[in-house]
Write a protein that binds this ligand. Structure first.
Ligand code: ADP
Ligand code: MG
Length: 511
């Protein structure tokens, strides 16, 4: 149904589009590639028309000016003619008077007696005539100048007229050019409009054809959808039935879920109880195991001796002297590693100890002998290892050793931390370190702020028989480096380690 509705809407839209296309015959087709060009051409055309109008106005102004100048020229020509006529008359008059004067002079010359008188008269009259003549000549000159000036003016005006004519011709040529351009643009525009019209018609035809094809397809689709609809109806009915069934199931789902949850909760509770009891069982077993280990340790201590004395003989040094006497001061039994022979004041003396290490024994060999005691310390037993001997006997070498070849102290610490690290996933250890010194029967705290303060050794009040030093400074440490930074061991006389062990939050054996 949705598909059907969509197709119907599409059909309606196509029809509306078709009608729109039919209803707009000459309107510029939107989005057409020529519309912009056509608008540009129209703008250009209107611009050119404006220019033509402007030029026409200019032309009429120039025509008016030419007319005015022609009128003035005619006036000037008229005045020139008058002047020329006047000049001709004046010339005529003056030449006539000159002629008269010449005739008078000639007649007077011809009459001899009154010559003197006549001559006098002439003499009197002649300057007058001469003055008149010169005046006339000056006027003539003036008039000629005027004429020349007028001619000059005329010439200028003619030139102006000519330039105006030229300008007019130019403007006319320009107007003609503009008009031809206008005509060309108009023609071009008409052509483009024609082609646009053709394009539009073609587009309309194509759109019409396309719309018809689409409509046909839509009709076919519609028919298909109708048939589909008819076939889908029974399926829809079965789906509705299924849906109703599911709805009923969903309604009853919370009840089922609650029931299932109750069951699961009960199971989980039971499992937790089981785990708890298992845990308890394990703890019980662990404690039993611990007791067993303690028993074994005690047994070991009993068998090996609670207090064990081990001798280590260092190599002979220069201070010991040279020669066979020094070399044979201490000798060993090749079959028994617990016997040592000494030469005391020339007499051989033998001692039997728990173990004797020859000068060939390495630091590792010595450590291996006491290693088990270090691990017992982690299991919660009190262990004490101390070195005794005269100065230079090798106590410091055995206990502390060198950086390249560490002794018991450093090796014990390494072992302690590596064991703790190994058990870190199941156990929680806290290792604290204290350093005390007994010197001349006085106990001093080597890590305390006041090393001069005297401390006391007391018996634990809990009746365990343990000893403790109240107020002894303790530092918690995480690694061997921490210890070496806290207290430089070569100075230390007694080093106390307190190891507290936790198993799953319960403190089992604090020591
Ligand atoms: P102590 O601390 O007892 O006074 P030291 O440990 O300082 O004596 O030893 C004195 C010297 O003998 C040191 O130079 C030390 O390196 C050397 N020495 C001691 N024991 C050994 C040994 N087992 N192997 C090599 N050298 C040793
Ligand atoms: Mg020493």
């Amino acid at each position: 149904m949705v598909e059907n509705e969509r197709l119907r809407q599409e059909m309606r839209r196509c029809e509306a589009e078709l009608q729109d296309l039919r209803a707009t015959p000459a309107a510029p087709c939107p989005g057409c590639e020529h519309s912009q060009e056509s608008a540009q051409l129209r703008d250009k055309l209107s611009q050119l028309q404006l220019e033509v109008a402007e030029n026409k106005g200019m032309l009429s102004e120039l025509n008016l000016e030419v007319q005015q100048k022609t009128d003035r020229l005619a006036e000037v020509e008229l005045r020139l003619k008058d002047c020329l006529a006047e000049k001709a008359q004046e010339e005529e008059r003056l030449s006539r008077r000159l002629r008269d004067s010449h005739e008078t002079i000639a007649s007077l010359r011809a009459q001899s007696p009154p010559v003197k008188y006549v001559i006098k008269t002439i003499e009197v009259e002649s300057p007058k005539t001469k003055q008149a003549l010169s005046e006339s000549q000056a006027r003539n000159q003036h008039l000629q100048e005027q004429v020349a000036m007028q001619r000059q003016v005329l010439k200028e005006m003619e030139q102006q007229l000519q330039s105006s004519h030229q300008l007019t011709m130019q403007l006319r040529a320009q107007i003609a050019m503009y008009e031809s351009e206008l005509e060309r643009a108009h023609g071009q525009m008409l052509e483009e409009m024609q082609s646009l019209e053709e394009d539009k018609n073609r587009a309309i035809e194509e759109a019409f054809a396309r719309a018809q094809v689409e409509m046909k397809a839509v009709h076919e689709n519609l028919a298909g959808v109708r048939t589909n609809l008819l076939t889908l109806q029974p399926a829809l009915r079965t789906l509705t039935n299924d849906y109703n069934g599911l709805k009923r199931q969903v309604r009853s789902f919370p009840l089922l879920l609650q029931e299932a949850l109750r069951g699961v909760k009960a199971e989980i509770g039971q499992a937790i109880e089981e785990v708890n009891s298992n845990n308890q069982e394990l703890l019980r077993k662990y404690r039993r195991e611990l007791q067993l280990r303690k028993k074994c340790h005690n047994e070991l201590v009993r068998l090996k001796g609670n207090i064990r004395v081990i001798a280590r003989v260092r190599p002979v040094t220069k201070e010991d002297g040279e020669g066979p006497e020094a070399a044979n001061a201490v000798t060993f039994d090749p079959d028994d590693d617990s016997i040592v022979h000494l030469l005391h004041k020339g007499k051989p003396v033998s001692f039997e100890l728990d173990k004797v290490f020859s000068p060939r024994a390495s630091q590792q060999d010595v450590f291996q002998e006491v290693q088990a005691l270090i691990t017992s310390c982690i299991d919660g037993f009190n262990v004490c290892i101390f070195a005794y001997g005269q100065t230079g006997a090798g106590k410091t070498y055995t206990m502390e050793g060198t950086h390249e070849n560490p002794g018991i102290n450093q090796r014990a610490l390494q072992l302690l931390f590596s064991e703790v690290q190994e058990k870190a996933s199941d156990w929680e250890y806290t290792i604290t370190v204290s350093a005390a010194e007994i010197y001349n029967e006085v106990l001093r705290d080597l890590l305390g702020k006041e090393p001069q303060e005297k401390l006391e050794i007391r018996l634990c009040p809990d009746g365990s028989g343990q000893l403790y030093v109240p107020g002894l400074t303790e530092f918690q440490v995480q690694s061997v480096d921490d210890i070496n930074k806290t207290c430089p061991l070569p100075r230390v006389t007694f080093l106390l380690f307190t190891v507290t062990v936790h198993f799953q939050g319960a403190c089992l054996c604090p020591r």
